[in-house]
Design a binder for this molecule. Structure first.
Ligand code: ZN
Length: 417
């Protein structure tokens, strides 16, 4: 696994984000990174669509200051225009909540709406890319209006959606229910992972908004608010690498399969196979005909740097089909051209390997940090409890052996994000 800053280099070499020169707090994304974000948002939309009919929206760049302040008061970390436009003061896209909920109310619908875009926040101090940016992109925020009676069940549904999303990124997480943060949520779930340096970090937030916000938004219904950012991709770059760089989960990989071909490769047979792969939605690229192994390895390395899970070499020997997998690099001869289902099996084997190596690191970090403990309410009162694991796990209290224990996430660093 990479150190805290090496993930930036892996993302740069994978052409996910641009390297130097860099503006403080502003990550510039390159095409493969943009494609990955699109895949991520689409996966979230599909998971949400199991129960609801989400609409993906994008908000304008300017927001009337009055509208924002009416709900959020005078949070100081936003940018405004110093000269009013047409007499109105504007902020530079500070948040999606107010506009999204307003739009749902005007249309008389419950949603959900998924706002995808960037948020501008003043971030003094260190700005590690995708962890703490001035221009936070992508910022994905789902809002939905629900009757109070179903709010908790709806939040539980979204907990499963977000955990499934993270599982398709092969990122191990635990969800905890915390005390209200700054009076934002009446019910707050934070989805937490642990960084290579042992520090816990929040990957997604799930709220039923507080009654104060609900009132400020003028809504008789409860409001669900789900959010995550590009930090998910930073975590992938920390957890999922081998000697050749990024090794992405197949869901996120813009390129799933790189294919090298030789001068003697049968073009007709190749075209028919590629048509099958395309029809099955497998994302592949084919090299130009390579006359030697050096050329083939150059292509393979380039694809691997971009995070491609699989490479297949055709006709390294006349008629041979050689598969190269990751973590670590491994080659195996296949009996023939793999059909789309066989390619999917190879992709899912790759995902499994990512998931189990990440899970091992995660468990170790949890253990080393002593983050998960089982305690009863009275023993928990003496611990720096960050939140209670949900769904609730009951067990014997580690401290007084009472049967009233539940699994708790402990953090002596206090509140973290
Ligand atoms: Zn106890």
């Amino acid at each position: 696994m990479m150190t805290y800053t090496e993930y930036v280099g892996a993302l740069e070499r994978g052409a996910f984000i641009m390297g130097a020169p860099r503006s403080k707090g502003i990550v510039v994304w390159a095409r493969p990174g943009l494609q990955a974000v699109k895949l991520l948002v689409e996966r979230f939309r599909q998971l949400t669509a199991q129960h609801f009919t989400p609409r993906v929206v994008e908000r304008g760049f300017l927001m009337e200051t009055g509208q924002y302040r009416a709900v959020f008061g005078d949070y100081a970390n936003v940018y405004g225009l110093s000269t009013p436009l047409g007499g109105t003061n504007y902020l530079l896209r500070p948040d999606n909540l107010v506009n999204t909920v307003g739009e749902l109310q005007d249309a008389g619908t419950a949603g959900p709406a998924i706002a995808v875009g960037g948020l501008l926040r003043d971030s003094p101090g260190k700005t590690p890319p995708l962890f703490r940016d001035r221009y936070i992109w992508p910022a994905v925020q789902l809002n939905q209006r629900v009757p109070t009676e179903t709010a908790e069940d709806t939040l539980d549904f979204y907990q499963r959606v977000v955990e499934e999303l993270l599982s398709s990124l092969a990122l191990p997480v635990v969800t905890v229910r915390t005390d209200p943060i700054a009076d934002y949520g009446r019910l707050t779930y934070l989805v937490v992972s642990v960084l290579p340096n042992g520090r816990p970090t929040v990957l997604a937030t799930l709220y039923v908004l507080s009654s104060r916000l609900k009132k400020a938004l003028g809504d008789p219904l409860d409001i669900i608010d789900i959010g995550f950012t590009g930090k998910l991709i930073a975590l992938c770059a920390m957890f999922h690498t081998d000697d050749r760089g990024l090794a992405l989960p197949s869901m996120l990989a813009p390129l799933q399969l790189g294919i090298t071909v030789g001068n003697a490769t049968d073009q007709g047979k190749l075209a028919a196979w590629l048509a099958d792969l395309k029809g099955a939605g497998i994302r592949y690229q084919v090299s130009p005909p390579c006359s030697n192994l050096r050329d083939r390895h150059r292509w393979e390395k380039r694809w691997h740097r971009q995070g491609a899970p699989l490479a297949i070499g055709l006709d390294r020997r006349p008629g041979s089909v050689i598969f190269a997998g990751r973590l670590p690099l491994r080659r195996r001869e296949l009996s023939g051209l793999p059909c789309p289902d066989e390619v999917r099996t190879l992709l899912s084997d790759h995902d499994q390997r990512l998931a189990s190596s990440a899970a091992e690191l995660f468990e170790r970090s949890l253990d080393d940090g002593g983050h998960l403990r089982t305690a009863c309410p009275s023993c928990a009162a003496d611990l720096p409890v960050f939140g209670e694991v949900v769904p609730v796990h009951r067990g014997r209290c580690e401290f007084c052996r009472s049967a009233e224990g539940t699994s708790l996430f402990i953090s002596d660093q206090g509140r973290f994000y």
